[in-house]
Design a protein. Sequence first.
Length: 253
Amino acid sequence: MKNVFFYISKILDFLINPLVIVFALLLIALFTKKKKLWLGISIILLYLFANPYIVTNVAQLWEMPTTTIVDSTYEIAIVLGGGIVTNTQDSNIIFKYNPDRIMKALKLYNEGKVKKILISSGSGSMIHRDILEAELLKTALAQIGYPDSIFIVEAKSNNTYENAVYTKEILDSLKIPYNKTILITSSLHMKRAYKCFEKQGIDCLPYTVAPVKSYQAISPSFYFLPHASALELTNNLLHEIFGLLAYKIMGYA
C-alpha cells in the first residue's frame, strides 16, 4: 500500500504543478469554442502563480513561524531531506535544493546545542531508487571534515510520513527522549512534517528554516512583474497543501 501511495503521490504532484495546470487550460482553449475565455483564464492564473508579491503573502499564511532555540542541549537534530544533494554521472556529490536545512543543523552542532544529527531521507525518486540522499549527505559532510560519529543515517524513507515512522524506530532503539530532539525543515514543509511526527507520538521541537519572507524584495518588479522564483514557491505551496490533505485522508498526519 505504501508503494502504491508513493507512486500515486508523485503523479498527483506532477498534475498540480502550476505550469502543468496552465498548459492544460491552454489545451482546453485550443480545442474548445470558447477560446478567449479559457485563454484569459490561463493568462490570469499564470500571472497569479508567478507574481512574487501575491504568492509570498499567500504562502506566509501557510508556513510555520521560526522557533527560538532555548539555552539547552538537545540529543539529536532531525534533518529532513528534500533534494539537498545528489550525485552526477561521474559520481560527484553536488548540493541542489534546501541546503539551509543541513547548514542550520551543523550550526547548532558547532554551537553545542545538539549532540548528533539524524539525516532522514531515502530516495524519494520514481526512477533513481539507488540514490539515497542521507547516505550521500553524510559522505559529503565527511569529506569536509565532519566526523562520521556525529551522524545517524535513516535512508529507507521515501516521503515525509516515512521520515517520521523510521525516525521513531531509530529514536526508540537509541532510547532518545522525544522532547530532546529538534526537527529541522523548511517553513512551508514544517506544518505537514510536524503533524506526521506528532502522529507518531514524537514530541520534538519544530525548528523552521527558509522563511517565505526571504523571497521578498523591495522593488517595483517584486510587486508587479512575474518571476520564476514565484512559480517555484507556488509549486511548493500547492505540494504542501495537497500533500497534507492526502496525508489527512490516509491517516498519516
